[in-house]
Write a protein that binds this ligand. Structure first.
Ligand code: CA
Length: 234
């Protein structure tokens, strides 16, 4: 197992390297964000230990760049004590876990082991299905290059469809995921909201990505529904 450590503090980097090597890992250490990106693009790592505060690109930037390029090595971010905002930003940038400085080496080693067990799984921070994309962290959604203006419920509904492309979602399932259990309103609320969403996602483009499956529910078609769609990419 090979681990990349991106940390500019020499003593900290040396400590992590020594500990991980004693645990049997092959360890590469770089001291800037730029080198971290280069190294992680050039080689395949089983895990990356990434400090947030780095010269060049900071840890968030490194993480975001690697995820954008489809590099899914699990990333453990090292954040400053009590910097809740850093943890949120790190996780939203595509990190898998974080550890607050100062930490014990034992804890770092345990987290690295856990991440390696999980493996490099695709988990894009931005969901994409066909021409639709949605970023849950920034709460923005697009069709092609057009940004969609969605209400909170419409956004939640679109996110649910994007997480289950080509699957039929029953009204019950949609209700359970997008509304809470206490919901006791009108029974055709789902149909209403799907219709709102269609007005923004399909109608202006003359497409039918959101289709009704009679007697079953709704389905977001990932492909094939809009052959003449001018906004569809290659
Ligand atoms: Ca640092």
């Amino acid at each position: 197992m090979r681990v990349l450590v991106v940390e500019d503090e020499v003593r900290m980097a040396a400590l992590i390297r020594r500990g991980l090597e004693e645990d049997g890992y092959a360890v590469d250490v770089v001291a800037t964000g730029t080198d971290g990106i280069w190294q992680a693009e050039e080689f395949t790592y089983d895990a990356i230990v990434l400090d947030v505060m780095l010269p060049g690109a900071d840890g968030f930037e490194v993480c975001r760049r690697l995820r954008e390029e489809g590099r899914w090595a699990p990333i453990l971010m090292l954040t400053a004590r009590d910097a809740v905002d850093d943890r949120i930003r790190g996780l939203d940038a595509g990190a898998d876990d974080y550890l607050t400085k100062p930490f014990s080496f034992g804890e770092l080693a345990a987290r690295v082991r856990a991440l390696i067990r999980r493996g490099a799984v695709d988990r894009p921070t931005v969901l994409r299905v066909g021409v639709l994309s949605l970023d849950p962290a920034s709460r923005r959604a697009w069709r092609g290059d057009d940004e969609l203006v969605l209400s909170t419920k419409e956004f939640a509904l679109l996110e649910l469809f994007l997480r289950h492309p080509d699957q039929v979602l029953s009204r019950t399932m949609i209700l359970e995921h997008v509304w809470d259990f206490a919901y006791d309103g009108v029974s055709n609320i789902i149909d209403q909201y799907v219709s709102y969403l269609r007005r923004k996602v399909d109608k202006p483009y003359g497409s039918e990505m959101l289709e009704t499956v009679r007697g079953a529910g709704y389905r977001l078609r990932a492909t094939g529904s809009t052959p003449a769609d001018p906004t569809a990419g290659p």
